[in-house]
Unconditional design. Structure first.
Length: 134
């Protein structure tokens, strides 16, 4: 890594698909699709749609941010991903409260969400530190 050229927090020649946080975001979105498939049909255009949009938004914002031209833009999109993750966490809680999914069914998903949250936070901090230095 020493001496590697970096643009927007990623070594030159690498892209968003190489970011573990993007990969974990894809995994999270797939799990949300699986979980919401069992929700009541009347929630198709309500909670199911909202949860799926929030989940898809997480890796999408990571990808879009990495593709931007400045580190500050990348940081902004990481913040959007963090917001979408908070939305998903809230929506998942609502699904549990409404009895659409059991707390036990969501334990692994919650752990993955926490892992993604920590990774996004770390990436944002690292990018911000890099931005200050440049």
């Amino acid at each position: 890594m020493a001496g590697a050229q970096v643009h927007a927090g990623i070594k030159k020649g690498y892209g968003y698909r190489d970011l573990v946080v993007w990969q974990k975001g894809i995994e999270l979105a797939k799990r949300v699709y699986g979980l919401t498939a069992g929700f009541p049909p009347e929630e198709k255009f309500g909670l199911v749609s909202q949860m799926r949009r929030s989940a898809v938004s997480i890796p999408s914002n990571v990808a879009e941010g990495q593709a931007r031209h400045t580190t500050r833009e990348f940081i902004q999109f990481i913040s959007h991903a963090e917001g979408s993750l908070a939305e998903l966490d809230t929506q998942l809680r609502i699904g549990v409260e409404l009895g659409y999914c059991l707390g036990g069914d969501t334990a692994e998903m919650s752990a993955l969400m926490e892992e993604v949250r920590k990774m996004l936070n770390s990436l944002r901090r690292n990018l911000a530190a890099k931005d200050i230095m440049t």
